[in-house]
Write a protein that binds this ligand. Structure first.
Ligand SMILES: [Fe+2]
Length: 327
């Protein structure tokens, strides 16, 4: 957590709110020091402000991927802390579709510039109707908020969520990014910090194409051999199923995301049957996050009842369907 470069965003877990497991990321232009922070958390505003000052960064934007239901954004607190230490003004960013307050309301195709670099906004609604993700200008990394987690995704049963919308957005906008694109999620409940497009996406078609290409190649080679040298059927069958050349393809085509790998209808059914309890902090977080976290009190400094509410945010994961807790 030292060098702040575009190749090394800084993920912070919010250990104050254990159940939230929110990740915050800081990205900085290596040439100018202009920086953005993605999904800051109120309880960690001091930590983040300290880090930004220590590294001599100029925070330009505080980006929120959506109006969170499980924690309060640290946008306003961070802005005040940095202003008090002589920092440049920080502008908050939120999707216009979220109907919340922010200095900059964005929609798909908009660009957030910091120094010589920028993040492109893509609409990834479905977890909420106002969810957006941010893709770095060279498509080497993306910040997917609660739309896509490592082996999971955000729940879709409140805040005008839609499983069909989420599936369509992920498949058409996230899974079409380069396969090596690093995906940084908004949460992880087991400590995983990053994944890639290749790991998460469903690519049965690609696997079938690769299999077909290998079978065709094998067929050509076998046809060139004299009959006596051809493999007996059992060995041929095994070789066609498990040729060494196929192994890398299989690794790349593994359908690791247990929700999104099953197709659209199955995904909608899975999401409808999660049966999660509402986030415990819903009634506190939503109103605060609709106004950039203004007036909100950090959980550590709040009354005990608020602390208790903040510390039990989400229900247990549903078996077999991946990262089910979905803020
Ligand atoms: Fe969320």
């Amino acid at each position: 957590m030292h060098a702040v470069t575009l190749r090394a965003p800084i993920p912070h877990t919010t250990h104050v709110l254990q159940a939230s497991s929110t990740y915050t990321y800081i990205l900085a232009c290596p040439e100018t020091g202009d920086a953005v922070i993605v999904d800051p958390v109120l309880e960690h505003a001091k930590r983040d402000a300290t880090l930004i000052n220590e590294l001599g960064l100029h925070l330009r934007y505080a980006l929120n991927t959506h109006v969170h239901a499980d924690h309060i954004t640290g946008t306003t607190a961070l802005r005040k802390l940095l202003a008090s230490s002589g920092g440049a003004p920080v502008q908050s960013v939120l999707a216009a579709a979220s109907k919340g307050k922010a200095d900059v309301l964005v929609a798909e195709g908009d660009s957030i510039k910091f120094g010589t670099r920028s993040l492109r906004v893509i609409k990834t609604s479905g977890h909420t109707n106002g969810c957006i993700s941010f893709v770095l200008d060279d498509s080497s990394m993306a910040f997917t908020g609660d739309a896509l987690f490592v082996r999971g995704c955000g729940r879709t049963d409140f805040q005008e969520g839609s499983a069909a919308d989420l599936y369509d957005n992920i498949v058409s906008k996230v899974f079409t990014l380069p396969e090596e694109c690093l995906l940084y999620p908004g949460h992880d409940y087991t400590g995983r910090t990053v994944t890639t497009v290749a790991e998460e996406k469903r690519c049965v078609a690609a696997m079938l194409l690769r299999c077909w290409a290998i079978v065709r190649l094998l067929g050509r080679r076998l046809a060139q051999r004299p009959a006596a040298a051809r493999l007996p059927f059992p060995r041929l069958y095994h070789y066609m199923l498990h040729p060494p050349a196929l192994q890398p393809s299989l690794r790349h085509c593994c359908r690791f995301n247990p929700r999104l790998s099953k197709g659209r209808d199955a995904f909608i059914k899975i999401m409808a049957e999660l049966g999660l309890a509402p986030p415990k902090m819903l009634d506190i977080a939503l109103p605060a996050n609709l106004v950039d976290g203004e007036g909100a009190v950090p959980a550590a400094a709040a009354a005990p009842a608020v602390v208790a509410a903040a510390a039990c945010t989400v229900a247990a994961p549903a078996a077999g369907v991946g990262a089910a807790r979905a803020s």
